[in-house]
Design a protein around this ligand. Structure first.
Ligand SMILES: Nc1ncnc2c1ncn2[C@@H]1O[C@H](COP(=O)(O)OP(=O)(O)OP(=O)(O)O)[C@@H](O)[C@H]1O
Ligand SMILES: [Mg+2]
Length: 335
């Protein structure tokens, strides 16, 4: 479990520059075993937030609690010990180039005073877990980006953490390696029961692995929640960021309708009424539907022609009563 309460982080002014309020009253709860994402534009405070969780950075005010321990109240030596229950994975892997994969994985155990035989056993087991059992003696330069990140994940797991932090862990990887690393993160979460906090600027990453997410903007959490619930809300800025905005050619005639699709409000009912019952001509003018967090979510733009407008309005009111999420949109909005 990770909990941030009213966390502020102000970097003092340097030279003639102003002070920077990187985080401005952030509350965040990640339940044990959840895979949580933090998204937001560059400079919104994502890296600062994740570095606060293991106190690589201390908050200016507010508290950080991990697995029930208020880290911000602990003396320095206990913080160091508590940190061993938190693993971290970085964008650029941060492996030691002169050491083999196995020796990189063993490094945190060495620092913790674990004996050589036990270190060997543990690094072998972890490299097997991440699918690199046969590359134990390779050095980072001999490994691909995806393989390096797997070694870094194995290293992050060496001290048997309960929490894993990932700062842009796939941002330096190509699509295929990204998919592999995300699958691995999901699997280690499942198998080891970890709590994972991942920050990224890539919405596809959140959709692929996260159970929950928050959107940071200028150091504040502006939206968040369980992904299925967030995506079912029509007015959610995080949903708007996660699902591509439907685009329609505004020069073509007809009435545009926006349908928010969820498992409980599928587009089929809307189409049955408009096409089947009212006999209207309906075409899909834009949008997409995808499977996220185990459910179908999306936004579609439908172009309806040949409709009697008051009849259409009655049909839309009825559809909304039925639980469908459909509204008329002005052509300019649909671009
Ligand atoms: N050590 C520091 N000293 C001063 N300012 C800092 C420091 N670290 C971060 N900042 C500032 O805090 C703000 C948030 O930075 P942060 O690195 O957390 O953003 P981010 O969301 O991770 O961005 P990106 O997506 O580009 O990685 C920025 O304005 C940044 O310049
Ligand atoms: Mg960052």
């Amino acid at each position: 479990m990770i909990e941030l309460n009213d966390v502020r982080k102000v970097f003092p002014a340097r030279g003639r520059g102003p002070e920077v309020v990187a985080l401005d009253g952030v509350d965040l709860t990640v339940r044990a075993g959840d895979f949580a994402g933090v998204v937001g534009p560059s400079g919104s405070g994502k890296s600062t937030l994740i570095r606060l969780v293991n106190l690589l950075e201390r908050p200016t005010s507010g508290t950080v609690t991990v697995d029930g321990r208020v880290l911000t109240d602990l003396p320095a030596d206990e913080v160091r010990r508590a940190r061993s229950s938190i693993g971290m994975v970085f964008q650029h892997f941060e492996l030691m180039d002169s050491r083999t994969a196995a020796a990189n994985v063993e490094h945190p155990l060495e620092l913790a005073g674990v004996g050589r035989a036990e270190r060997r056993r543990r690094s072998g087991e972890l490299l097997d877990l991440v699918g690199l059992g046969d590359r134990a003696q390779a050095r980072p330069a001999q490994l691909s980006g995806g393989q390096k990140q797997r070694v870094a994940i194995a290293r992050a797991l060496a001290a048997r953490p309960t929490v894993l932090l990932c700062d842009e862990a796939t941002s330096a990887l190509d699509q295929a390696s990204t998919t592999g690393v995300l699958e691995l993160l999901r699997r280690v979460r499942d198998e080891l029961g970890l709590t994972v906090l991942l920050i990224t600027h890539e919405m596809a990453v959140v959709k692929a692995v996260c159970d929950t997410a928050v959107l940071l903007e200028a150091g504040r959490v502006v939206d968040g929640g369980r992904l299925d619930q967030v995506l079912a809300r029509g007015d959610s800025p995080l949903a708007a960021a996660l699902l591509p905005a439907p685009v329609a050619d505004h020069r073509v005639a007809g009435t545009l309708l926006r349908v928010t699709v969820t498992d409980t409000a599928p587009e089929t009912h809307v189409l049955q009424v408009l096409v089947g019952r009212l006999g209207l001509d309906v075409e899909v003018a834009g949008g997409s539907v995808e499977t996220v967090a185990g459910g179908r979510h999306g936004r579609l733009l439908l172009r309806v022609t040949g409709a009697d407008q008051s009849g259409l309005d009655r049909a839309l009111a009825q559809l909304r009563d039925d639980g469908s999420r459909v509204e008329r949109v002005a052509a300019e909005v649909a671009r």
